[in-house]
Design a binder for this molecule. Structure first.
Ligand SMILES: Cc1cc2nc3c(=O)[nH]c(=O)nc-3n(C[C@H](O)[C@H](O)[C@H](O)COP(=O)(O)OP(=O)(O)OC[C@H]3O[C@@H](n4cnc5c(N)ncnc54)[C@H](O)[C@@H]3O)c2cc1C
Length: 513
């Protein structure tokens, strides 16, 4: 294979893609059949972290042939506890996954996310899932991977994407061991150091890490009460420090990395002991580490999420400090936004511009997350000025509106995609609500569009292979009709059939008949 190259985002000559603009929506169209025969896979995903696994599952809902290539032979072992925030819990509920995930986590109040400023959860959190689910990252990764495999995705471990070439029809992917595979699209979900992004030549501007932290799990040699009192006192001024129980007999430890351990080398237990003594005056007798890691607060955003047939999602597209616990959530939500659009392209019914809306919608969301982590990072500084701003914000958060505004940022329930002029609800998510048939999100498990029709006289007609129709759904809906995209965002509000048809075309392509 030649050194990796890529073709610029030129108009495609792919017969299926041209068909998509002239109304051939049948998956078994001859163009699609021919094209499928040329490609072993429709989509290859590099990386089986949470983003890659979620994307694979979303694509499988639409019968897309997916291969996930994961560099590591075994799932990750670092038991970092992450939090699933409200919007991610809603996505899991939309696909029928939440009941499976919830027993593995611990529900905590939806509060104290912004710069760890402790406040009660604000009023007005309009969600059935208004809590944080604390869950070990390896568990959520395993559950998402299992879900993808159950839906028919292939996952091959121990195989790293090392190069690729794209042309008008597809992408040839080269693995580190020399094997070559062919697919119609490649998605880099391969984390912050993404090989796919680097090979694409996509810029990743931003700020390098200013501070680094050490995090790990280990045993301690002193009683819990002794630890709790010391830690509480230190945390009044040191936000980048904790020592807290993380399971039976195990403690999670976070300390600044400054001054110890070489960046190029994995951290050692001695590094942790040294830092604990420097901050707390004791190393608490820590011993028997389960795992140790080092991470920084670099903040970067990819210039582009797509070049031709190659796309980026999750940490491959954006990195930022873990404050507020948003990275995994953001990646999973990227996958949720991209999945049905890429599937539509492959199934042949995507309107021409649909795939471009992925970057148009998700890059500004990532930009806003990067910004809120920048702000939170400043608020964690021990400098007197930053501490004064922190005290001021702490006061302001007593106003419910301020508290709610910040919480919506972190939990991603305040997102409004720009779908053009219209009522405030347009472009926003619709919360799960009671309907006569149960819960609204229960109707979205298959990843299809949904028309909620209180007028009971509208039709989805030729789009019924992609969009479900529910007449007289709920008294909670205070507009006549709503068209939901497969990701649960409101694509249209109204009561006029022609207007509806125009919007069905905009989001779901040409009607089948
Ligand atoms: C200390 C800490 C705490 C955090 N807490 C939270 C939290 O509470 N909430 C939250 O939402 N986020 C949190 N995050 C962030 C979260 O861990 C990441 O944002 C998340 O893992 C990103 O998922 P991903 O699938 O995009 O990338 P990754 O999880 O990095 O997965 C990428 C995968 O790609 C594989 N890979 C890499 N290169 C290749 C290749 N060439 N070919 C094939 N496979 C490849 C890797 O092995 C890996 O499995 C935290 C991060 C840190 C460091």
């Amino acid at each position: 294979m030649h050194p990796p190259r890529f073709t610029a985002d030129a108009p495609s000559t792919d017969p299926v893609e041209r068909d998509s603009t002239v109304g051939d929506v049948r998956p078994a169209s001859s163009a699609l059949t021919t094209d499928r025969a040329l490609h072993t896979y429709d989509v290859i995903i590099a990386g089986c972290g949470p983003t890659g696994a979620m994307l694979a599952a979303e694509l499988r809902l639409h019968d897309v042939r997916v291969l996930v290539l994961e560099r590591e032979t075994e799932p990750a072992s670092a038991v970092r506890i992450v939090g699933l925030h409200i919007r991610s819990l809603e996505l899991m509920a939309m696909r029928g996954l939440l009941d499976r995930i919830r027993p593995h986590g611990r529900q905590r109040p939806a509060s104290a996310f912004f710069a760890a400023i402790a406040k009660p959860a604000p009023k007005g959190l309009d969600s059935r899932y208004a809590y944080l689910l604390g869950i070990p990252q390896p568990v959520i990764e395993r559950l998402l991977e299992e879900h993808a495999i159950e839906l028919g995705a292939q996952v091959r471990r121990g195989l790293a994407v090392a190069g690729f070439e794209q042309d008008d029809e597809g992408v040839t992917v080269a693995l580190a061991d020399g094997e070559q595979l062919r697919s119609r699209y490649l998605v880099g979900c391969d984390g912050g150091r993404s090989t796919v992004r680097k090979l694409l030549g996509v810029g990743f501007p931003g700020e390098p890490a200013r501070t680094e932290s050490l995090m790990g799990e280990m045993d301690v040699g002193v009683p819990q009460e002794e630890i709790a009192a010391t830690v509480a006192e230190i945390r009044e001024t040191h936000q980048r420090f904790w020592l807290r129980p993380a399971g039976v007999g195990v403690y999670s430890v976070l300390v600044p990395a400054a001054g110890v351990s070489d960046r190029a080398e994995p951290p050692t237990l001695d590094d942790f002991k040294h830092q604990l003594r420097a901050i707390a005056g004791t190393d608490f007798g820590v011993h028997s580490p389960r795992w140790l890691s080092r991470f920084g607060d670099a903040t970067r955003l990819a210039d582009s999420y797509r070049v031709g047939r190659v796309l980026l999602a999750g940490d491959a597209a954006h990195i930022h400090p873990p404050i507020g616990g948003q990275g995994l959530n953001l990646g999973v939500q990227d996958a949720f936004n991209l999945g049905w659009k890429l599937a539509a392209r492959i199934r042949g019914w995507a309107p021409e511009a649909l795939l471009d809306t992925y970057q148009a919608e998700r890059r500004p969301v990532a930009e806003a997350v990067l910004d809120n982590t920048r702000a939170q990072t400043e608020l964690l500084s021990t400098e007197p000025g930053a501490q004064a701003v922190r005290r001021l914000l702490t006061e302001l958060m007593d106003f419910d509106e301020v508290n709610l505004h910040l919480l919506k940022k972190i939990t991603a329930i305040g997102i409004r995609y720009d779908f053009g002029a219209g009522p405030d609800l347009l472009g926003r998510r619709l919360p799960d609500m009671d309907i006569k048939q149960g819960h609204l999100y229960g109707l979205l498990h298959r990843g299809r569009g949904l028309l909620l029709d209180r007028t009971e006289r509208l039709r989805v007609g030729g789009w019924s292979d992609r969009v479900d129709h529910l007449a007289d759904p709920t008294a909670e809906l205070d507009v006549p009709c709503v068209l939901l995209r497969p990701d649960g965002h409101v694509a249209w509000i109204g009561d006029d059939q022609q207007d509806l048809d125009d919007h069905l075309s905009r989001w779901f392509g040409e009607p089948a008949h």
